[in-house]
Design a binder for this molecule. Structure first.
Ligand SMILES: *[C@@H]1O[C@H](CO)[C@@H](O)[C@H](O)[C@H]1NC(C)=O
Ligand SMILES: *[C@@H]1O[C@H](CO)[C@@H](O)[C@H](O)[C@H]1NC(C)=O
Ligand SMILES: *[C@@H]1O[C@H](CO)[C@@H](O)[C@H](O)[C@H]1NC(C)=O
Ligand SMILES: *[C@@H]1O[C@H](CO)[C@@H](O)[C@H](O)[C@H]1NC(C)=O
Ligand SMILES: *[C@@H]1O[C@H](CO)[C@@H](O)[C@H](O)[C@H]1NC(C)=O
Length: 400
C-alpha cells in the first residue's frame, strides 16, 4: 500500500519540476514571443515582413523613421542588412503602401557562444566549486547548463547553480575515491550553444582554506619560546581520522626577511623554541591534506604577532623585589611621597593634628552661635522671608 501512495506523489513532484523548468526556460527568452529577432554581428541579417502577400512592396522604418542610414537590400517583403553592426539594433517596422503598420521586429545582434574559461577549486573532499568566464562577449541573453560526470559514472549529474546570473556551480556529495571528474559547462544563447569540458583531478586541486584562530602565547620563564595554537579550517570535514591535515608554521622577527618554518602532522599547536628574545614576531600557519602529497597547500593564514616572555623590568609600578642595601629604590620613595606616613615625623604631625582639632571646634561653636542668633531674630521678625534668611546665612558665613 505505501508503494501505491508514494508513486503518484513522486510523479507529481517530477511534474512540478519539469513544469517549473519549462517556465524558467520561457522566461529567459520571453522577448522572443513578441517579434524579437536575433542576428549575428558581422553577418547578413534578413528581416521578413509577415503581413505581406507574395511580392507586394512594403516600406521599412527604423525607430519610426523611414530613413535607414545604412546599406540594405529590400526585396518583396524582406529587408537585408549586409554587414550587421551593433548600431543597427532597434525597432524595425514594415508598412503597406498606405502606411499602415504590418509588423514590428525588434532586432538584437550579438555573437555565438565561445569557449569558456572554467576553473574549479576544491576546499575539501566533499565540495567542488567551479566558476567560468566568457571568452567572447556575446551581447545576448545567455544561460548555462552545468554538469559533471565521473570517470566511471555513465550519467551526468548536475553541478548546481545556486544564483542566477552568477557564473558558479557547486558539486557536492561526490565520491572522493573517484577523483577524476569531467565538468561540462554549456553556454546557450539565441544563436547557438557551446560546451566547454574540463578534466578535474580533485586530488590535485584539493586546497584547504587557511587554518583559523591562530593564537600565539608567550611561555612563562622562556624568553625564546612561543606556543602557537590554531584550528583546522571550518570548511574541512570534522573527521580528523579520515581526513588528517598537515600544518606548516612560519615565523620571523618583525623586520627580518627570512622566515623559519616548522611542520606538524595533525597537531593543532606547536612550540617555537628559537624565537629572538625581546622581539615581536610575525606568525602564519597553512594546511595541506596529510595523505595526498600532491594536493595543494592552503594560503597562509593572516599574520598574527607575538613577543616571547621577558623578565619584568625593575622600574615597573609594582616592585616585586626587595631593595638591596646598595640600591636606591625609586618606586618606594615615590610611593612614600604620595601617601604621607604619620609615623615619619612624630612631633610635627601630632602638633598639626591638635591644631586642626582646635580649629574645627572653634568653627563648630561659631556656626552654632550664629544659628541660635538667627532663630531668635526669626522669632522677633516674622516679616523676613525664607529667601532673605537664606541669603543672610550666606552673607554671615562668608567672612568665616
Ligand atoms: C522599441 O519597441 C519597444 C516595444 O516593442 C519599445 O518599448 C521601445 O521603446 C522601442 N524603442 C524605440 C527606440 O523605438
Ligand atoms: C534605434 O533604437 C535603439 C534602441 O531601441 C538604439 O539603440 C538605436 O541606436 C536606434 N537607431 C537609430 C538609427 O536611431
Ligand atoms: C555537455 O552538456 C550539454 C548540455 O547538457 C550536452 O548537450 C552535451 O552533450 C554535454 N557534452 C558532453 C561531452 O557530455
Ligand atoms: C603534538 O605533537 C607532539 C610531538 O611533537 C606530541 O607529543 C603530542 O601528543 C601532540 N599533540 C596532539 C594533541 O596530538
Ligand atoms: C608522494 O609520495 C610518494 C610516496 O609516498 C612519492 O613517491 C612521491 O614522489 C610523492 N610526491 C610528491 C609530489 O611529493
Amino acid at each position: 500500500m505505501p508503494g501505491l501512495v508514494s508513486c503518484p506523489g513522486g510523479l507529481i513532484v517530477i511534474g512540478i519540476i519539469s513544469l517549473s523548468f519549462v517556465h524558467i526556460h520561457s522566461e529567459i527568452w520571453s522577448n522572443e514571443v513578441s517579434d524579437v529577432q536575433f542576428g549575428r554581428l558581422g553577418s547578413k541579417v534578413t528581416l521578413v515582413c509577415r503581413g505581406t502577400h507574395g511580392g507586394s512592396l512594403v516600406e521599412w522604418r527604423l525607430n519610426g523613421s523611414s530613413v535607414i542610414p545604412w546599406q540594405t537590400l529590400s526585396s518583396g517583403g524582406s529587408l537585408t542588412l549586409l554587414n550587421a553592426q551593433l548600431s543597427m539594433e532597434g525597432n524595425y517596422t514594415c508598412h503597406d503602401h498606405r502606411g499602415a503598420l504590418l509588423q514590428t521586429i525588434k532586432l538584437r545582434l550579438g555573437n555565438l557562444p565561445g569557449f569558456l574559461n572554467v576553473s574549479c577549486h576544491v576546499p575539501n573532499h566533499y565540495k567542488i566549486f567551479c566558476s567560468w568566464k566568457q571568452t567572447v562577449n556575446t551581447n545576448l541573453p545567455t544561460k548555462y547548463i552545468s554538469s559533471y560526470s565521473t570517470s566511471k559514472g555513465v550519467n551526468a549529474e548536475p553541478c548546481v547553480q545556486e544564483q542566477l546570473g552568477v557564473n558558479e556551480c557547486t558539486i557536492t556529495d561526490h565520491y572522493f575515491w573517484d577523483f577524476k571528474h569531467l565538468v561540462n559547462i554549456t553556454e546557450i544563447n539565441p544563436l547557438g550553444s557551446e560546451s566547454t569540458i574540463i578534466r578535474v583531478n580533485i586530488h590535485k586541486l584539493l586546497k584547504p582554506d587557511p587554518p583559523e584562530a591562530v593564537t600565539p602565547e608567550e611561555v612563562e620563564g622562556q624568553p625564546s619560546y612561543l606556543l602557537v595554537h590554531w584550528r583546522a579550517p571550518a570548511s574541512w570535514p570534522d573527521m580528523s581520522e579520515a581526513f588528517p591535515l598537515t600544518f606548516s608554521l612560519r615565523y620571523r622577527p618583525v623586520g627580518s626577511n627570512y622566515w623559519s618554518t616548522l611542520q606538524t602532522e595533525e597537531n593543532t599547536s606547536m612550540m617555537i623554541t628559537d624565537a629572538l628574545a625581546g622581539h615581536m614576531h610575525h606568525i602564519q600557519v597553512r594546511a595541506q591534506d596529510a595523505l595526498i602529497n600532491y594536493s595543494q597547500w592552503s594560503e597562509w593564514s593572516h599574520v598574527v604577532q607575538a613577543q616571547p616572555w621577558s623578565e619584568p623590568l625593575a622600574n615597573t609600578e609594582e616592585p616585586t623585589e626587595e631593595p638591596s642595601d646598595d640600591t636606591v629604590f625609586i618606586p618606594s620613595i615615590m610611593a612614600t611621597d604620595k601617601l604621607p606616613d604619620p609615623s615619619a615625623d612624630d612631633s610635627g604631625s601630632l602638633g598639626l593634628l591638635i591644631f586642626l582639632g582646635l580649629f574645627a571646634g572653634v568653627i563648630t561653636a561659631t556656626v552654632f552661635t550664629i544659628l541660635i542668633l538667627l532663630r531668635v531674630r526669626q522669632q522677633r521678625r516674622n516679616s523676613a522671608t525664607k529667601q532673605e534668611l537664606a541669603s543672610m546665612v550666606k552673607m554671615k558665613s562668608l567672612p568665616i
